[in-house]
Design a protein around this ligand. Structure first.
Ligand code: B1M
Length: 216
């Protein structure tokens, strides 16, 4: 995508009127731009600029909240395009954003991609404490558990959840983690089963883990 096009996504994310982002995403779908390009370069690219401006205190929380609302709407419009290659159910995937963290755009993208790839998804939402993960794992018996975190502080909460799961279950699910501050190194340090750099890699990783269990 050209810089001017990313700029249009940026402007649409900043716009109080929600129809701007709706029109822009539809325009690009009609122009046959790949849905993955619209997502990664348009929407996520523009949100990256918002993030830099937020960090530099050029934007404030209400403006970022507005961008998040618009981003959710843009993703909603893109969803049918991203889910076009629907396949039969592969396994159960339980996911949540960890305690203390309310960021959910990335988590929702992971959910969308996992659903599209044929996983049955249980979404625990945001700000999910360790006990809630354990209760839900006990009840739902997922094949894979996903943890998302966007803050360097809440990343540490992932460690606690990862530590507690094998202690509580004789046949524990595989655990994958992700979110902007998370790295492969960190996932190794806390003994998670894998790290998904983005939503598409999260699906690849889940497939690999289920394959290693002989499930797909
Ligand atoms: Co927040 N925020 N925020 N924020 N916010 C960040 C994360 C920050 C980097 C901004 C900055 O300073 N540059 C910064 C964190 C700094 C740090 O810890 N290092 C920050 C801060 C400081 C805060 C507050 C503390 C601000 C304040 O109140 N003073 C506060 C914290 C609230 C809390 O959680 N307790 C806060 C609040 C908010 C809003 C509510 C305003 C809003 C969130 C709205 C919402 O999510 N519904 C918000 C937003 C929107 C952002 C930025 C601008 C954008 C995040 C985003 O949605 N990105 C963000 C800056 C940035 O990241 N550039 C920022 C797009 C999204 C698609 O990417 O979530 O990374 P991401 O998901 C990716 C991958 O990471 C991956 O897949 C996705 C892409 O395919 N992924 C996974 C994610 N989860 C995965 C799980 C997996 C696998 C892959 O497996 C399970």
């Amino acid at each position: 995508m050209f810089q001017e096009e990313i700029q249009r996504y940026y402007e649409a994310l900043r716009e109080p009127k929600i129809n701007k982002i709706e029109e822009l995403v539809r325009e690009f779908i009609e122009k046959h731009v790949s849905s993955v390009v619209i997502l990664n370069e348009g929407l996520i690219g523009a949100m990256g600029i918002i993030g830099q401006e937020f960090k530099a205190s050029k934007l404030w929380v209400p403006e970022v909240l507005l961008a998040a609302r618009n981003m959710h709407r843009g993703i909603e419009i893109l969803k049918p395009e991203l889910l076009k290659n629907n396949v039969p159910s592969k396994g159960k995937f339980l996911i949540g954003t960890v305690k203390g963290d309310i960021h959910d755009i990335g988590k929702n993208l992971v959910i969308m991609m996992m659903t599209g790839a044929g996983y049955q998804v249980i979404d625990l939402g945001i700000d999910v404490p360790q006990e809630r993960f354990l209760e839900a794992i006990d009840k739902e018996r997922p094949d894979i558990v996903g943890l998302s975190a966007l803050l360097t502080t809440t990343m540490l909460e992932m460690k606690e959840v990862v530590k507690s799961i094998p202690k509580n279950f004789s046949s524990p699910p595989k655990i994958i983690i992700g979110g902007a501050p998370v790295t492969r190194k960190f996932s190794e340090e806390i003994a998670a089963d894998g790290y998904g750099e983005d939503a598409i890699r999260a699906v690849e990783l889940a497939d690999q883990l289920l394959m290693s269990k002989g499930m797909i």
